[in-house]
Design a protein around this ligand. Structure first.
Ligand SMILES: *Cc1c(COP(=O)(O)O)cnc(C)c1O
Length: 436
């Protein structure tokens, strides 16, 4: 494949000028087309009360706030700078040339953060709040491992301990990331595990044996319920996490303005919706004004096709039914998720915020097979020089399809949610190493 390096054809620079790290997160729910239906208890259940007890106070206050902007504490802002925020917004010129498209493709490079994904944006905020509330130990779940990695990184920053329930199939696949987590000193349990009541019940049921984000969520909550000194933190789905991630879109908005660009299409991979809403939340006012002039696209895994095949209704987020009922696009909690390498998108339900965007017609959705997305990752490596996370390949594939279809100048912005260097096991399966 030959790629032209001639850049004289356009005056747009390779990457956006520097912008400041946002001083406040955006309270995006105010800008949704409809109010988010609140979580509910199942009949006779007490999950709402439990979630109030085991979660950090600060994040619950953020979710109740009516303010448009929620200040980023000065120390968190400093830490954001330490890890390399603002992340770069780069132009994918080689990819554009290869596609022969009139579109300009911009990539928001969250993959360049030190744990290799955007998850640190919320992990640092939550670890900071925990340290201020006198909490010493955090418990959480992780799907592909990126959130668990970010939590352990942030926990070390603030002198805390972390306990991570990791979807069993991913924990076994991703030996590279597991090695890093182990060196960082994290306590990891493969879910379903015998450590919690929920894990034992799942194991006895004989179902969901390979584990998923859902089984891990149930176990992390169960662990916090059984250990009152521990706080449960979540890496996606819940509104406060999505709020923390709006730093992605706030920076992108400033970076595009500095370039004199107005986006026509925003794309993100979608699991629980935190990088999607993080990128798109700060553009919802414009979406409201521009209608079809600004397209929002969520790219999901065909192995967990919630937005393309699921139904918009109340469901638990975990098969152990520890979570309250929340409204989202769901495949039903008994859906057996295939064992893919796309752990970050592998759940049966999703977030209410993404559901509202989808049900109101603001968000388009596409789903890709695992084979297709690894091919996208290899193409991006060959052209742009970096290996995207399997999850991020979904967004990149959607961006490529949009660029292929473009008949006139179109500004496409894709969130590169993470890099794939610690997901190499999945790439190896897709592209076995050739003798050289
Ligand atoms: C966690 C993760 C995702 C999916 O999570 P969302 O909450 O939907 O954003 C996507 N990409 C990467 C790299 C991740 O770590």
């Amino acid at each position: 494949m030959s790629v032209s390096t001639d850049e004289s054809s356009t005056s747009y620079p390779r990457s956006a000028p520097a912008v400041p790290v946002p001083a406040a997160w955006l309270n995006f729910p105010r800008f949704l087309p409809e109010k988010m239906p609140p979580p509910q208890d199942a009949e006779g259940g007490s999950a709402l009360e439990l979630m109030t007890r085991i979660r950090l106070r600060a994040v619950q206050e953020q979710e109740r706030s009516d303010d448009v902007l929620l200040p980023v504490p000065e120390e968190v802002r400093r830490r954001y700078e330490d890890i390399g925020r603002p992340t770069r917004l780069t132009r994918a010129r080689a990819l554009e040339t290869y596609l022969g498209t009139p579109a300009r493709i911009y990539l928001k490079r969250e993959d360049q953060l030190p744990t290799g994904s955007f998850k640190l944006n919320s992990a640092i905020a939550q670890a900071y709040f925990a340290s201020h509330e006198g909490v010493r130990t955090l418990v959480t779940e992780t799907g592909a491992g990126q959130w668990g990695h970010a939590v352990q990184y942030a926990a070390r920053m603030f002198g805390l301990e972390s306990i991570v329930f990791w979807a069993g199939v991913s924990a076994r696949q991703k030996t590279s990331r597991r090695a890093v987590l182990s060196m960082l000193g994290a306590t990891v349990h493969e879910s379903p595990s015998p450590v919690t009541a929920v894990g034992r019940a799942v194991l006895e049921s004989g179902r969901h044996a390979s584990g998923s984000l859902g089984t891990a969520i149930g176990e992390a909550i169960s662990y916090a319920a059984e250990h009152p000194e521990v706080r449960y933190i979540s890496g996606s789905n819940l509104p406060h996490v999505l709020i923390h991630q709006t730093v992605i879109g706030l920076e992108t908005r400033d970076q595009l303005t500095a370039l004199g660009e107005e986006p026509d299409v925003l794309v993100a991979a979608v699991g629980g919706g935190s990088n999607l809403v993080g990128l798109m939340g700060p553009f919802l006012e414009r979406k409201s004004a521009r209608g079809e002039g600004l397209r929002l696209i969520g790219a999901e895994s065909a192995a967990a096709p919630r937005l393309t095949k699921g139904t918009w209704r109340y469901d638990h987020a975990d098969p152990g039914r520890m979570t309250p009922l929340s409204k989202s696009y769901t495949l039903g909690l008994d859906y057996e998720l295939p064992e893919t390498h796309v752990g970050g998108l592998r759940q049966h339900s999703g977030s209410t915020a993404v559901g509202v965007l989808r049900s109101s017609g603001w968000l388009d959705a596409v789903a890709y097979e695992e084979r297709e997305i690894f091919e996208t990752g290899r193409l991006v490596l060959r052209l742009e020089g970096f290996l995207p996370a399997p999850e991020s390949c979904h967004a990149l594939r959607a961006a490529i399809e949009e660029a292929r279809a473009a008949r006139r100048e179109t500004v496409i912005v894709a969130c590169v949610s993470g890099h794939g260097l610690l997901d190499i096991e999945g790439y190896l399966e897709a592209f076995p190493v050739q003798a050289v």
